[in-house]
Design a protein around this ligand. Sequence first.
Ligand SMILES: C[S@@+](CC[C@H](N)C(=O)[O-])C[C@H]1O[C@@H](n2cnc3c(N)ncnc32)[C@H](O)[C@@H]1O
Length: 252
Amino acid sequence: MKPLNESVALSMDCHTPDVVPFLPYILQDFTELGSRTSSLTKIIGELKPPGKIHVLDLGCGKVAITMAIAETFDSDCLGLDAMGDFIIEAELEKKRKNIANCRFMVGDIRELSFLENAYDFIVLGSVGPIFESYAAALNSFRQLLKDNGRILLDEGYMEEGRVHPVTLGKSELFEQIARAGLWVEKEYKGEEISPPGEYEGEMDKIRQRCLELIALHPDKAEIFQQYIKKQEIEYQSLDNEITCSTMVLARC
Ligand SMILES: C[S@@+](CC[C@H](N)C(=O)[O-])C[C@H]1O[C@@H](n2cnc3c(N)ncnc32)[C@H](O)[C@@H]1O
């Protein structure tokens, strides 16, 4: 298994793990780091059973999604992420907003030892290509679901005939989902989950924070310049090549 900082680097489209310690600074203007809070809460609202729901948010980042679910629904929510600084920030925000029904933990989502049959929803929001086998990872998450529980997988894939260095093709992703004993009950795509025109403003903020870091650490300028380039390429791929999808996965 790759070291944790390499997993974070992969999930955040960093060209090197050397950027990882600077991510809290670079991403200080964001709360959502990939998935859209509004679309995930809408989907949970459509599917949720009556009564209190239990939610596990894997790779929760700066916990925008975990916290929105906790604020919107009668729920008990747990967010887990590898980045300690994100979780510290989240704890402060939770205190500030006085939210009691969510908890956060620092940990590796590739090594979970949680209660089985415990969750109505497991959110896997934009964690990227961090698993050696998607099928094995989804299979282990499936065991944490209640009988009628769902995994909300927010992920990009390539349509048939297109290739990308790390993003899976649609048929390969769907095959891995099936091998995990799950099926795609529903799929939300494109503007349903990601309104157009959002990426340019986000890229401007990333560029600005990297320029500030270059001024502070001129010896590391190359790392930040490469990071900007990588993000520009990724945003272009998201705009033009990758299909952004939120899949509702249920047990077969
Ligand atoms: C692109 S961000 C998405 C964050 C959040 N789901 C969202 O959409 O706002 C990916 C997150 O996965 C986390 N991550 C990557 N590898 C991880 C691992 N092995 N265990 C726990 N978290 C991990 C990163 O730290 C990062 O916060």
